[in-house]
Design a binder for this molecule. Structure first.
Ligand code: SAM
Length: 280
């Protein structure tokens, strides 16, 4: 048996039988591999860390798109920073948005996801509402004059090229790029093992936004229990929408989901005590 051993942590971790390596390359930015596993389907890993799998990608992508979009209620323009596999883009485009800009640093991730992971990105990159920009998200946020209703930071972990997407500078620029009432949401790791990442992001968002919060979802291949999502906005109403309002918007959007439900949307902000204590 050939195993892929995730290297995110030294002392604990997960491994996956490698059925077949579909592609492996040291790109300009990171070590990229796409391989088949009999249980999880095709898996994308960057720098030894699992990014997404065909079997459970829907959980993470549904929760980092439908929660902010349905909480906002009137989204026209979305910005995704990272997200090269296209899963986030595909979920955003299920909404009647005018445009979704995606700023991904590594073109190889996009090209190889289109080729090997069509079950994740679908035809999202061909959608006329998609505006794909190959650039460093930090640089883009500092320089763009475009404004967005939702900014989704679908980055790798805070190491390598993804590190800059966890800085105060980046969050300050994201704030500048939000329309009135806009929301910033971030992938914030697994607090059971990456408590510092959540605490750090919280500390950097707090001075920038009136409402800073966190919500969770359990993604099997983000090893260690709940994954946390950061939330920053001056639109304090967004997080306080009653479930009836979310249910109505969900029905109007006619979304097909496999993880997200309006009840789960509201419930996801109820945090396990140790997570709440981390960001108290
Ligand atoms: N779901 C994964 C997770 O939670 O770790 C993230 C998936 S997605 C593949 C992460 C993407 O962020 C990758 O395509 C990577 O190339 C991109 N990325 C990393 N650093 C970046 C940066 N500074 N600017 C833009 N994209 C970046």
């Amino acid at each position: 048996m050939n195993w892929f051993e995730e290297t995110l942590y030294r002392e604990v971790g997960q491994r996956f039988v490698v059925g077949q390596i579909l592609y492996r390359e040291k790109t300009e930015h990171q070590d990229l591999v796409i391989f088949e596993n009999p249980v999880m389907g095709r898996i994308l890993a960057l720098d030894g860390i699992i990014q997404t799998t065909e079997r459970d990608e829907f959980i993470y992508h549904e929760m980092l798109t439908h929660v902010p979009i349905l909480a906002h209620g009137g989204v026209k323009r979305v910005l995704i920073i990272g997200g090269g596999d296209g899963g986030m883009l595909e979920e955003v485009l299920k909404h009647p948005v005018e445009k979704c800009t995606m700023v991904e640093i590594d073109r190889a991730v996009v090209d190889l996801s289109i080729k090997y992971l069509p079950s994740i990105c679908g035809r999202a990159f061909e959608d006329k509402r998609t505006d794909l920009i190959i650039a460093d998200g930090l640089k883009y946020a500092a320089e763009t004059s475009d404004k967005f209703d939702i900014i989704i930071v679908d980055s790798t972990d805070p190491m390598g090229p993804g590190e800059v997407l966890f800085t105060t500078q980046f969050y300050t620029d994201c704030r500048r790029c939000l329309n009135p009432g806009g929301l910033l949401v971030t992938q914030n790791g697994v607090p059971f093992f990456q408590a510092e990442e959540l605490r750090m992001t919280r500390g950097r968002l707090k001075p920038l936004f009136k409402d800073v919060a966190c919500y969770v979802a359990a993604v099997p291949t983000y090893y260690g229990g709940f994954m946390a999502f950061g939330w920053g906005t001056d639109n304090a109403e967004a997080r306080r929408q009653p479930v009836e309002a979310i249910r109505k918007r969900f029905q109007t959007a006619r979304l097909e989901t496999r993880y997200y439900t309006p009840d789960l949307h509201v419930g996801a902000f109820a945090l396990p005590k140790f997570v709440g204590d981390l960001i108290a």
